[in-house]
Design a binder for this molecule. Structure first.
Ligand code: ADE
Length: 234
């Protein structure tokens, strides 16, 4: 099978490239795609660059050009709830775009024309993540994730996102990946490790914890791969 593993920033895929070591690099559409052979399967790894548009281009390319059949996203997120600490892992159950606003026409915030507010992640991939987490005794929080083209570093803004979307974490790509995969019928999974609390310290914490939190997320993705390929819990 062909599997996509995607991040948004170089730091989010570096641990994957270090782990798989041997890969072919293909440049396409102003981006690099790293092709790994693994157990008679192909894993395509790429980072999109930050934001929803970049994420859409990369996810669509991984599916349409590289024929990936499942997509796993690995990266970092800002925490909304106080229960989440830096380095904690969150799995998106469903995702919404917090900055998509056609409420002037009577639609709820985040409503996607001819669609809905939320896009649900693949339940099978979430089950695999929960199985791996329980075997390794790693806490995994399932939550709604809110996505927007803004780095959130403001408590009032994050509280609005929490109240409006019931989200537990926020980031800048997940819902775009979700919409792309759903449109192209590809099961997807979004994993994030907390890098900051989306408050006034967020930019400092993000810089400090990006690499360590990104590695926590990437290491967990690596531990899921065999089961994702085999598509069964053992
Ligand atoms: N990704 C990690 N932290 C974030 C934040 N505070 N806002 C948006 N995306 C993020």
């Amino acid at each position: 099978m062909k599997l996509a593993i995607m991040g948004a920033m170089p730091e989010e895929i570096e641990p994957l490239l270090k782990y798989y070591k041997n890969y072919e690099t293909i440049e396409y559409a102003k981006n690099k795609y790293y092709l790994v052979s693994y157990r008679d399967n192909e894993i395509v790894i790429a980072y999109s660059k930050i934001g929803k548009v970049n994420a859409t281009i990369t996810a669509a390319t991984m599916i349409e050009k590289f024929a990936c059949e499942k997509l796993l996203f690995s990266g970092v997120a800002g925490a909304i709830g106080n229960d989440l600490k830096i380095g904690d892992l969150v799995v998106a159950t469903k995702l919404a775009q917090h900055d998509l606003d056609i409420s002037a026409f009577g639609h709820p915030y985040g409503y996607v024309p001819e669609g809905s507010v939320y896009e649900e992640a693949d339940k099978n991939l979430i089950s695999i993540a929960k199985f791996v987490a329980s075997k390794k005794n790693i806490p995994l929080k399932e939550t709604i994730v809110a996505t927007g083209d803004q780095f959130i570093c403001d408590v009032a803004k994050k509280e609005w996102i929490e109240k409006t979307f019931h989200a537990g974490a926020l980031e800048m790509e997940g819902a775009a990946v979700a919409l792309t995969c759903s449109a192209l019928n590809v099961p997807f999974f979004i994993l994030r490790s907390i890098s900051d609390a989306a408050d006034m310290d967020a930019s400092f914490n993000f810089d400090e914890f990006l690499a360590s939190s990104a590695k926590i997320s990437a290491d967990f993705i690596i531990s899921m791969i065999d089961k994702v390929i085999d598509d069964k819990l053992k």
